[in-house]
Design a protein around this ligand. Structure first.
Ligand code: TTP
Ligand code: MG
Length: 357
């Protein structure tokens, strides 16, 4: 009988990425609470170092709140070009160990090393080696999770942050998930967590002793995926050549606005910028247009409709629908989105062949 061996997936994630790059390049930031973001009254932090986290400062927190929690916090502007350069370098390091890489953002990726013969085939040693390469070549630290699937690997990479790694071997998966808080499961936000808690579900162990039928009454279609995750099951393969599925542009306003007319004026300014970005992906077929609004209580809404082009009239009509949901709240952000059709694999191969020629 053919033996099915478990997969070996590594999830690598840089530690307080933007802030770490700033601390590396400017030693005066090294021993102080530091955040990256705008320091204007309405700006939001991108991230902060671990010293700032001790005060409760977090990514996506308004700068004003962060300053209240940590008055001595230094906030610096981000340098995207530098972060992108670092990102290219870490991806080059990953490629020394496997071809099966799924980048998730500038600072994190999944690697499938199941068939790698390097480091005696040990995923644990490969992860250590990758982290050592990153440290030696970039003077930055990363953390890693090593597990039989993407879901567990991603959660594991957070366990021993910063500058640590966590191995969940196949026989340890059950023990690992049983103690896991449902808060840590991707897809469970604060509201869903509260709802689950009100039904007595706090950990994966609680989910395991329930049933898909019961869970469906609480979280609807998400029940099957939740039940599987609570059992440590995740059969997703790595998505190696991920094509862009959408394009978005948005602007956070200097002051809240309170009328649809003002929103329309913003859309008129955003649309030409969206068209410029669209030029770069003009081989993609548009299938959807959308308008996003964020209200001044930080809730947001998106209205979408099928469409074959980026049309101003359609955006305006979508805005009208989205604006109805404001109910007197001010608008702090306006965004436009385009959705693209699934890439046709045959076309993709053709493009690659042409590029090779
Ligand atoms: P994360 O990996 O989520 O965070 P981090 O690397 O700063 O910290 P950790 O050690 O917990 O991994 O995100 C990577 C970078 O993406 C982060 O440095 C800044 C950026 N980012 C934002 O700009 N806004 C956000 O809300 C988040 C979460 C991240
Ligand atoms: Mg990170």
């Amino acid at each position: 009988m053919k033996q099915v061996t478990a997969k070996k997936i590594i999830h690598i994630d840089m530690d307080c990425f933007y802030a770490a790059v700033e601390m590396r390049d400017f030693p005066e930031y090294q021993n102080i609470p530091l955040a990256v973001g705008g320091d204007g009254p309405r700006s939001v932090l991108s991230t902060c170092n671990y010293q700032a986290r001790k005060f409760g400062v977090r990514s996506a927190m308004p700068a004003i709140k962060a300053k209240q929690l940590c008055p001595e916090l230094t906030i610096v502007h981000g340098r995207m070009a530098v972060y992108k350069e670092v990102s290219v370098h870490i991806r080059e390091i990953f490629s020394r160990y496997t071809d099966i890489i799924e980048p998730l953002s500038l600072d994190e990726a999944y690697l499938d090393v199941t068939d790698s013969a390097l480091c005696q085939g040990s995923a644990t040693l490969i992860a250590e080696q990758i982290r050592a390469d990153i440290f030696n070549e970039l003077n930055l630290t990363a953390s890693a999770g090593i597990a039989p699937n993407k879901f567990i690997a991603k959660i594991a990479s957070d366990e021993n942050k910063p500058n640590g790694q966590c191995v969940v071997s196949p026989e340890k998966v059950t023990a690992f998930v049983e103690q896991l808080s449902l808060k840590k499961i991707p897809g469970i936000g604060p509201k869903t967590f509260q709802k689950l808690q009100s039904f007595g579900f706090s950990t994966c162990a609680d989910i395991r002793s329930s049933s898909i039928a019961k869970l469906t009454t609480i979280v609807g279609k998400f029940a099957t995926s939740l039940y599987q995750k609570a059992h440590g099951i995740d059969n997703r393969e790595l998505e190696v050549s991920r094509q862009r599925r959408s394009l978005a542009i948005e602007t956070t306003l200097a002051a809240d606005i309170y009328s649809e007319t003002e929103c329309l004026a913003i859309i008129e300014k955003l649309l030409p910028k969206l068209i410029v970005r669209l030029e770069k992906v003009k081989d993609r077929k548009i299938v959807k247009q959308g308008v996003k609004l964020k209200f001044n209580d930080f809730n947001q809404t998106t209205v979408e409709q099928q469409s074959l082009a980026a049309q101003q009239d359609t955006f305006n009509a979508l805005l009208a629908k989205a604006y109805e949901r404001a109910n007197g709240r001010g608008i702090r952000l306006v965004g436009l989105t385009l959705g693209f059709a699934e890439p046709n694999v045959a076309d993709e191969i053709k493009t690659k062949q042409l590029t090779l020629l």
